[in-house]
Design a protein around this ligand. Structure first.
Ligand SMILES: [Zn+2]
Length: 382
């Protein structure tokens, strides 16, 4: 277990004008003065708040810097208070600790913040069942370091259910990552790209597994091209017939992936057997060092057909089980990741500490709304 933390940034003054009126959403606003607002925060004592007047509805409103709301305490103070409470500190101990850090907060406010955060999370928590989980990973650069972040979405609605920093990419790690989602939400299907670690996780968690057909098609197209190029070099002009057959087979393979017919599995199996003549690369010893020969074009075709033969049921799960309501792609996850890139800066505060391995440990951060600063902590008792 580990802690993943994102502490909301708090700015001393607003960096942007509001895009529209808070009340009527019209875009035409006039500046209407600024004021200083004292805040309870361990780094800032006060912030600048700008006021705007809407030209359409004539109402005025305050525009706060990032991390500041109409509360006395900053969002990061709210998060720290909630976190301390979630970690098992009493309200008065949390209040005392925050005071020592320079953010005076009464114990009743600690209690209220923790209750509100819990309430907000319960509201935001995916209610009830999520049948289809979409999962995908992406790499973010956080303070110059590459960090792999896994995303889980509701495959039906596209809603982000959560994300987590992944320290390892094997099947076991993926299983641990996806387990709480699968169990708490009662998921039945996992939709992913063809990374084999997902296959392991899905099998261990007892989930149906749909491979994203768009990924598989792209992958096979790429492999086809490379296998053909290699065959051309290896076989030369003497093996024209053999080359033509390979070209024809690869074309048929791609055609099967377009149409996804039920009998595709048999056809690919048959095709696979026609390449059993191709031998695996031999190990060889060269100047005392053991190396492996490069796989031949024929052998690569043998392996490609084997892989697709085995994965065929996962490639057309959406057709075999229309009742699951799958579209056969993992587009929902990719869209969620696309959106998150825009929000990437909210991850700057990320910290991890694997040393804290007991007790209440998994904190996970979920968006509480559309605003990019709207992050809330989820503190789960282990
Ligand atoms: Zn207005």
């Amino acid at each position: 277990m580990k802690i993943s933390l994102v502490i909301p940034d708090v700015n001393a003054c607003p960096t942007e004008r509001p895009r529209c009126c808070r009340y009527c959403k019209e875009p035409y606003l006039h500046s209407h003065g600024t004021l200083k607002k004292p805040v309870r925060d361990h780094k800032l004592k006060e912030v600048i708040v700008r006021r705007y007047k809407c030209l359409s509805c004539k109402r005025t409103f305050r525009h706060y810097p990032a991390g500041i709301t109409n509360k006395d305490q900053s969002r990061r103070t709210v998060v720290l208070a909630t976190l301390m409470y979630g970690l098992g500190l009493s309200c008065s101990a949390a209040s005392h600790l925050l005071g020592a850090l320079g953010a005076e907060l009464s114990k009743i406010t600690v209690w209220r913040d923790a209750q509100e955060a819990g309430e907000a999370l319960r509201r935001k928590r995916p209610a009830g069942k999520v049948r289809i989980l979409g999962a995908d990973e992406t790499i973010f650069k956080v303070r110059g370091r590459e960090v792999a972040v896994g995303f889980v979405v509701d495959g039906a609605s596209g809603r982000t259910l959560g994300f987590e920093v992944l320290f390892e990419g094997d099947g076991e790690a993926f299983k641990e990552w996806l387990k709480p989602y699968a169990e708490e939400l009662g998921a039945e299907v996992l939709v992913t790209d063809d990374n084999d670690s997902y296959g392991v996780a899905a099998a261990e968690l007892g989930l149906w597994h749909q491979l994203c057909i768009a990924h598989v098609r792209k992958y096979v197209k790429r492999r086809s091209k490379s296998i053909l190029e290699q065959a051309e070099g290896e076989w030369g002009e003497k093996a024209e017939k053999k080359y033509e057959k390979l070209e024809e087979d690869l074309k048929r393979l791609r055609g099967l992936l377009e149409e996804l017919p039920q009998e595709g599995e048999k056809q690919i199996g048959r095709m696979h057997r026609e390449y059993l003549w191709a031998q695996p690369p031999r190990r060889k010893e060269e100047e005392g060092a053991k190396t492996k020969e490069k796989a031949s074009a024929g052998y690569r075709m043998r392996m490609l057909t084997l892989e697709l033969w085995q994965k065929w049921p996962k490639i057309r799960l959406h057709l075999r089980h229309p009742e699951l309501g799958l579209d056969g792609t993992n587009n929902a996850s990719e869209r969620a990741i696309g959106k998150s890139k825009v929000r990437y800066k909210t991850m700057r505060g990320y910290k991890s500490d694997e040393g804290m391995s007991n007790g209440v440990v998994l904190t996970q951060w979920l968006y509480s709304g559309e605003d990019e600063h709207d992050l809330l902590a989820e503190v789960m008792a282990a």
